[in-house]
Design a binder for this molecule. Structure first.
Ligand SMILES: *Cc1c(COP(=O)(O)O)cnc(C)c1O
Length: 387
């Protein structure tokens, strides 16, 4: 059967070139980067070269990069670490209602510890307004966290505008850039961020490795206590193969990002244009233009997202509804509810996310089979009766 992967926002396959670059660090160059001998020094050099590569990509300095185990750890470290470091100054955090769970859960954890969190609303396209954030700032505000682009509906947030606002008020500013890094330009100065999270498996690197950018001078309480790796900011033996893979993957993205994004954007726009005329009552979720080049998210009225996914899977097509992290729960996505969808429409969502190996034929195939699936599922749907 023809297998078509359209779920790159959940994870991307590792690029074979990346794996090739990583392989020596499992074998002859397996050393612990903290060891004095030559094995250790080889590993240390690889880690430091990788740090330099990532720093250049982000417009940062090498000593502002902390390698982590991925996006979730980077977000937890950034949010909990910066809140704890500023406890004496204030107890108020501002974030948005459409963040990834790896941001909202650490915020909820902090609420249990006595911090106060304001979750700013979004418009119908899923965009936060900088004005709304400004209104919530008080003398006690110590941190603002706003994602660069949303993982479900692809909407890109006005991060640089909010960043300038945070800087004027001397408030620490974090962005979850896991969906954007490697896909659209991410520059820490243009975005005016103090903290930025990224994860290798979302840009064709290995799973289980990521980084947190920490602007020089930003106070951050240590999260993982132990050895003095990463200048004492994050203990644990360096994941040398993973770090090398992350850097190699970002280097490939740097070289190919523009043409890749343009290709994916053309396929995405074709879907956005051609799907609605093929299926009545299909709606695009997210912003019409300010969106990730590889994301299309639709609500297909009268049917459940899960049923669409199962039908697509039987035909070899992998897509998503809501976010992968919540797909085992029956709650509709908090993001789709936040943009004002009814429970019914939120349950009928389908996220198509494209990537490096998506072909025109994959989109042709999806456009060919989806109308039939929708028709069949609607015929069985009690919600559709009499329509
Ligand atoms: C995937 C994702 C994460 C989690 O990253 P992991 O490396 O899987 O822990 C966090 N935020 C966003 C926006 C994501 O898409």
């Amino acid at each position: 059967m023809n297998k078509v992967y359209l779920d790159y926002a959940a994870t991307a396959p590792c690029d074979p070139e990346v794996l090739k670059a990583m392989t020596p660090y499992f074998f002859d160059k397996f050393g612990n980067a903290s060891s004095i001998h030559s094995f250790g020094q080889d590993a240390k050099k690889a880690v430091e070269d990788s740090r330099q590569t990532l720093a250049e990509f982000l417009g940062a300095r090498a000593d502002e990069i902390v390698f982590t185990s991925g996006g979730t750890e980077s977000n937890n470290f950034a949010i909990i670490g910066s809140a704890l470091a500023r406890k004496a100054k204030g107890d108020h955090i501002i974030t948005s209602v459409i963040e990834h769970h790896a941001v909202t859960e650490p915020c909820k954890f902090l609420e249990k510890q006595g911090f106060k969190v304001t979750y700013v609303k979004v418009d119908k396209y899923g965009r936060v307004s900088a004005e709304d954030i400004k209104k919530e700032i008080t003398d006690k505000t110590i941190l603002i966290s706003l994602m660069h682009a949303n993982n479900e509906i692809g909407t890109i947030q006005p991060v640089s505008e909010v960043g300038r606002l945070a800087r004027e008020r001397g408030i620490c500013f974090h962005t979850d850039a896991v969906q954007t890094t490697g896909h659209i330009p991410v520059n820490v100065d243009n975005l005016s961020v103090d903290l930025l999270s990224l994860s290798a498996h979302k840009f064709y690197g290995p799973k289980g490795v990521g980084a947190l950018y920490v602007r020089k001078g930003t106070r951050l309480e240590t999260f993982l206590h132990g050895g003095d790796q990463e200048n004492g900011r994050r203990a644990s033996t360096h994941n040398t193969p993973g770090i090398v893979g992350l850097a190699y993957a970002i280097e490939l993205c740097r070289k190919n990002m523009k043409p890749e994004a343009e290709f994916q954007m053309a396929l995405r726009d074709r879907l956005i244009k051609e799907l609605p005329p093929l299926i009545p009552e299909v709606y695009l979720n997210g912003h019409p233009t300010e969106r990730l080049p590889n994301n299309a998210n639709f609500s297909i009225k009268y049917i459940e997202g899960e049923s669409i996914l199962l039908s697509l899977d039987m035909l070899g097509i992998a897509a998503s509804t809501g976010s992968a992290c919540t797909s085992s729960s029956l709650e509709p996505s908090h993001v789709l509810l936040a943009i004002g969808l009814t429970h019914e429409l939120a349950h009928g969502s389908l996220r198509i996310s494209l990537g490096r190996w998506t072909k025109k034929e994959d989109i042709d195939y999806l456009l060919e089979v989806l109308p039939g699936i929708a028709k069949k599922l609607r015929a069985m749907s009690p919600l559709y009766e009499g329509k």
